[in-house]
Design a protein around this ligand. Structure first.
Ligand SMILES: [Zn+2]
Ligand SMILES: [Zn+2]
Length: 412
């Protein structure tokens, strides 16, 4: 894929406290003071857009400086508080600063920035009042993107809750179509999910079904989260398996829809349906899939964004190391001796946590099996009783109704 990157004109500066001077423009540009030197340099020769989810505390424009600080070639951010329905509008000065910093640091907002939508948005909600509330917040997010000239917007497709799953997919597609009509250019990117049952998008088929219902297909895309895919049961632990998964995506959904990747290792094992992100190489995915991604030409040019956990006392600066790790993996084979040492070291670091999670998973599975057995026995008893009752009354057939458990939409 053709890929060009603007030169980062602050790259060689070593001054401790720098004042970024606005370049000559027709409009008045804000002066933005940068208090400290950038910790990591950007790799401007790689064709991969490795980046991370960065903070925006103190003003939306700070996300650009934070991304530059960790040497990111792409980045994600929240457009407003992800756990509030209403947030204050942007100040026009902040929007100007955002545009200015993108230009100074060489980020193209149309292709290099992938905001993450609010977690509370559930466009498939069977309650029409709640659906409308979600839609308003969704549309507000999209309008914020366009104000910032951002070309991609990632969000969680939500849940059918206690309603019909197919109907929820129809509602989701209807709301995406509606939002496309009310905005100009931002591409709506659906993230795949880790859960099961009524959560939309854990199965790639859900995403295909939704895209099939979108009128302007140039305005919709998909973000594959490595942890979510693995937790949903798609094994991507090595190069061959990753290739197989991407082929499945291409055959089912279509290569043109792959718009972004979220990079996370998984604390929980394959198919656990748990959304538990882990630092690269420490989880059940292991470093190999990230090496495979860093050598997959197909993924060049799209945002590949880290969402690995930040420990207490750390901030998004820790992502700088993982970005450098990804860039180090580029061009390395699975047999490379330095790579195999690194893979083992990282795997050992995560060993204890993997064991703990495995125990939890096995206990849950045992409980699930016991519960299932109990439910089956109860069901069979109830069925027998119900069948007799129905047969006595109508001579008809009985229907077993499986209780639908409400699942909370897991963050990320
Ligand atoms: Zn997410
Ligand atoms: Zn994600």
């Amino acid at each position: 894929m053709a890929f060009t990157r603007k030169l980062d004109n602050t790259q060689n500066s070593t001054t401790a406290a720098r004042l970024i001077k606005p370049r000559t423009h027709f409009c008045l540009e804000p002066k933005v003071k940068v208090e400290k030197p950038f910790k990591y340099e950007r790799n401007l020769t790689t064709k991969f857009k490795f980046g991370a989810h960065v903070g925006m505390a103190g003003g939306i424009y700070n996300s650009v400086t934070n991304a530059r600080n960790i040497g990111a070639n792409s980045f994600a951010l929240f457009l407003k508080s992800p756990r509030k329905w209403v947030s204050p509008e942007y100040k026009s000065e902040d929007v100007k600063k955002f545009h200015h910093l993108c230009s100074v640091h060489g980020y193209n907002p149309r292709t290099d920035i992938l905001p993450h939508g609010s977690y509370m948005i559930n466009l498939g909600n069977p309650d029409s009042e709640k659906e409308e509330k979600a839609y308003n917040s969704f549309l507000d997010d999209l309008k914020r993107c366009e104000m910032l000239n951002i070309g991609l917007y990632n969000f969680h497709p939500g849940s059918s809750l206690d309603g019909d799953h197919k109907e929820a997919l129809v509602r989701l597609a209807k709301n995406i179509n509606r939002a496309i009509n009310e905005t100009k250019f931002v591409k709506i990117v659906i993230e795949n999910m880790a859960g099961h049952g009524n959560l939309i998008g854990s199965n790639l088929q859900d995403i295909k079904d939704v895209i099939n219902m979108i009128v302007d297909k140039s305005r919709v895309g998909v973000c594959l989260d490595t942890c979510h895919s693995f937790a949903a049961g798609y094994d991507i632990t090595d190069s061959a398996k990753l290739t197989e998964f991407i082929k499945l995506f291409d055959d089912l959904i279509g290569p043109e829809y792959l718009s972004a990747i979220h990079l996370n290792d998984s604390k929980a094992p394959l198919g656990a349906n748990r959304d538990l992100h882990q630092k690269l190489g420490l989880g059940y995915l292991g470093l190999e899939v990230f090496r495979a991604i860093a050598n997959c030409e197909r993924l060049q040019g799209i945002p590949i964004v880290l969402e690995t956990p930040i420990n207490t006392g750390e901030d998004d600066e820790v992502y700088g190391e993982e970005i450098k790790l990804l860039e180090w993996l580029e061009g390395r084979s699975a047999e490379d001796s330095e790579y195999t040492i690194k893979r083992k070291q990282l795997s050992q670091l995560g060993e204890k946590e993997r064991e703990e999670q495995l125990k939890k998973f096995e206990t849950k599975q045992e409980k699930g099996t016991l519960k299932k057995k109990k439910n089956n026995n109860n069901d069979n008893n109830n069925k027998r009783k119900k069948t007799i009752a129905v047969e006595e009354e109508e001579g008809g057939k009985s229907e077993t109704i499986t209780p639908v458990k409400k699942r909370k939409v897991n963050p990320r």
